[in-house]
Design a protein around this ligand. Structure first.
Ligand code: PMP
Length: 283
């Protein structure tokens, strides 16, 4: 079951008019929220980021946090899996085609949920490949906009060479992945690019940095040059659906010794512990 504009229905019954501004202009924002054991992971943080994205496109939030929570919990109940990921999408609604904002038009609200499967264990033990590309996106990458054409084209460059992600470099510095955040490890220090308008502030990125603080893992939040990225001992990818993955090949060259290494193993274990104690504990 999905949710569309006030109703729950099977996805094959869900239709949006062709003049929806999401279809015409990509004029909307979205969120992806993991659900573990039927509980929403970091809901407040996701709703805060949604608010930031809505503010970024000057669209009024159609619901309070309590209303969102209620809608999402109903959708979780309608779906079978205990672990799900929710895709929540809001557009500026249906109006005669004109770039200017329409007046008094209701937004389109679409929410779906799919089973959330952890990354295959083979990927965790061998690591994954990534390539690099110039970050040619707009300068509001902090807004989780549905207009993802640059991300689609950049990610496809990786898919074309059987790699899993494209790591983006802007003006000589690492920004993020086409659909993930990227961390670099050098000399046992975890390096994270600082949040700015040039990257999406990942919810998983925040969890990883909190774990680094709590567990006294040496870390620095600072700009990371392309050269540092290429000479990294380890590279880690994070996202809500992929959690944390080791990138062991970059542009066909091994990262460090080409195997998942100490920092990945540590953070992966800490992330699983964090998830299991926060989300799986029924007490
Ligand atoms: N950056 C981009 C461009 C993304 O699309 C995503 C989410 N897929 C992320 C970072 C990771 O964000 P999160 O940890 O909140 O999923």
């Amino acid at each position: 079951m999905i949710y569309l504009n006030g109703k729950f229905m099977p996805i094959h019954e869900a239709f949006v008019p062709v003049l929806d501004r999401g279809f015409i202009f990509g004029d909307g924002v979205y969120e992806v929220i993991p659900v573990y054991s039927r509980k929403l992971f970091r809901l407040n943080e996701h709703l805060n980021r949604l608010q930031h994205s809505l503010d970024g496109i000057r669209l009024k939030n159609p619901h309070s946090s309590e209303e969102w929570q209620h809608l999402l919990e109903q959708l979780i109940d309608y779906n079978d899996s205990d672990d799900q990921y929710i895709y929540l999408h809001i557009t500026r609604g249906v109006a005669k085609r004109d770039h200017a904002f329409p007046v008094n038009v209701a937004p389109t609200i679409f929410i779906m949920s799919n089973p959330l499967l952890p990354p295959a264990t083979a990927l965790l033990s061998s690591g994954v490949s990534a390539i690099t590309a110039i970050d040619n996106r707009w300068v509001r990458c902090d807004v989780k906009a549905i207009s993802l054409l640059p991300n689609v084209l950049l990610r496809q460059l990786a898919v074309d060479v059987h790699a899993i992600e494209t790591i983006l470099i802007r003006d000589g510095f690492l920004t993020e992945g086409a659909a993930s955040n990227i961390f670099v490890v050098k000399d046992n220090t975890l390096l994270a690019p600082p949040k700015s308008n040039l990257m999406l502030p990942g919810i998983t990125y925040d969890v990883i940095l909190e774990l680094a603080v709590t567990h006294h893992i040496p870390h620095e939040v600072r700009q990371i040059s392309e050269t540092e990225t290429r000479n990294a001992d380890e590279i880690l990818l994070t996202s809500s659906t992929k959690e944390v993955l080791p990138i062991t090949t970059l542009d066909e060259k091994p990262v460090g010794d080409g195997k998942p290494s100490i920092m990945f193993n540590r953070l992966y274990t800490l992330y699983q512990d964090f998830k299991n104690t926060r989300m799986r504990d029924s007490s």
